[in-house]
Ligand binder design. Structure first.
Ligand code: SF4
Length: 210
């Protein structure tokens, strides 16, 4: 059993916040345990709650399309959410729910050790960049220790606002550029909530993703 399997077991039995009462299934996340690229959304929706798998509804289908646009398959990355259980009626997760659930995400990051983390949308963004606007910091790489953060709009944004679809595709193309030919990534200068940077190499260190 891997660390991720143990975490999934713990998540599936977790009752540490009120979302445990309304969920059908917890959604720990899925993908490669050796993924170099990790996507973090907000929380499971209706379809995800029904099946216990992340990003399988319309937003997930768009995410698959976005991954394919940069030559990646879902099995090559790891996909999870800030909270592992569905907020009722798809409301925003409460701060206390995200706080209660953060231990699982932190442990997943520790187990997988991704090179690049893509926060999808403002809730995931706030874990590293509290108070910043997703519209302003999207598709810009910043480095925390050994990890590069590359925030993007949540794919669901394109379902609510069709004009964002081409923007998100363009932003994913920039992510593909970063993975293929990484340029130096500046160290983050804000984000009080950011985890302490680990020992790291020079700022010009390349990601060497694939
Ligand atoms: S959302 Fe997270 S903390 Fe809350 S019950 Fe589900 S797994 Fe536990």
């Amino acid at each position: 059993m891997t660390d991720l399997d143990s975490l999934a077991q713990a998540i599936n039995g977790c009752v540490d916040c009120g979302l445990a009462r309304s969920r059908t299934h917890a959604v720990p996340g899925e993908g490669s345990p050796q993924a170099r690229l990790m996507f973090i959304g907000e929380g499971p929706g209706f379809n995800e709650d029904q099946q216990g798998r992340p990003f399988i509804g319309p937003a997930g289908q768009f995410l698959d399309e976005l991954l394919a646009s940069i030559g990646l398959a879902r099995s090559e990355v790891f996909i999870t959410n800030m909270v592992k259980c569905r907020p009722p009626n798809n409301r925003d997760p409460f701060p206390g729910e995200m706080e209660a659930c953060s231990k699982y995400l932190d442990a997943q990051i520790e187990a997988i050790k991704p090179k690049v983390i893509v926060p999808l949308g403002r809730h995931a963004l706030a874990k590293w960049f509290p108070g910043e606007s997703i519209g302003k910091v999207r598709a810009k790489a910043r480095r925390f220790g050994d990890i590069t953060l590359f925030p993007l709009y949540h794919p669901a944004a394109a379902l609510h606002n069709g004009a964002l679809r081409s923007t998100i595709l363009d932003d994913f193309a920039k992510l593909g550029d970063l993975l293929r030919a990484p340029a130096p990534v500046p160290e983050a200068t804000s984000a009080e909530a950011a985890p302490a940077p680990a020992e790291s190499g020079p700022q010009s260190e390349q990601l060497s993703m694939f």
